[in-house]
Design a protein around this ligand. Structure first.
Ligand code: SF4
Ligand code: SF4
Length: 146
């Protein structure tokens, strides 16, 4: 569940937790797993074994019998390090290809303004993804000499 509300004309999270249940699970990459491991003071291997399920070449966060993510407990228990997939929502990459997806996504997320202008959706999504890319580059540091 995202808590970021920097484009309130488009999206204000209602904190209902619906996106933490079902929908095929939450994909996590190795950076996500490493961050969760640091947060929980566990090793990445323990996080994979205890909280993740293999899926294709990667992992999904596990789900409880009620369909909720293993980290859902009324709030996200790993909010400061929640996976990129959770942090991005609803400004996901797929909107760059087809901003019209916003309407379908809004039908399952009560925080999204379903009738938002798609040009605004596109510009906010592009800006956020670009900011995320720059931040990742800055964290990686300058390229080393060959
Ligand atoms: S990691 Fe947190 S935000 Fe993401 S699905 Fe699980 S409970 Fe929800
Ligand atoms: S479904 Fe939407 S409104 Fe509900 S918690 Fe998830 S992002 Fe927030």
């Amino acid at each position: 569940m995202p808590w970021d509300e920097e484009a309130p004309d488009l999206f204000v999270c209602r904190r209902c937790g619906d996106c933490c249940k079902g929908y095929g699970g939450t994909a996590v990459d190795e950076d996500d797993i490493a961050a969760i491991a640091r947060h929980l003071n566990r090793s990445p291997g323990e996080v994979r074994a205890r909280y993740c399920l293999p899926a294709g070449k990667g992992f999904l966060l596990g789900q409880r019998e009620d369909g909720y993510c293993v980290f859902w407990d009324g709030i996200c228990r790993i909010h400061p390090v929640k996976p990129r997939m959770c942090r991005r929502w609803p400004f996901i990459e797929g909107l760059l290809r087809d901003p019209g997806n916003w309407r379908a996504m809004a039908s399952v997320c009560p925080g999204m303004r379903a009738d938002a202008p798609l040009a605004r959706v596109l510009s906010v999504t592009a800006a956020r993804l670009e900011a995320e890319r720059r931040k990742a580059l800055a964290c990686a540091g300058p390229p080393s000499d060959p």
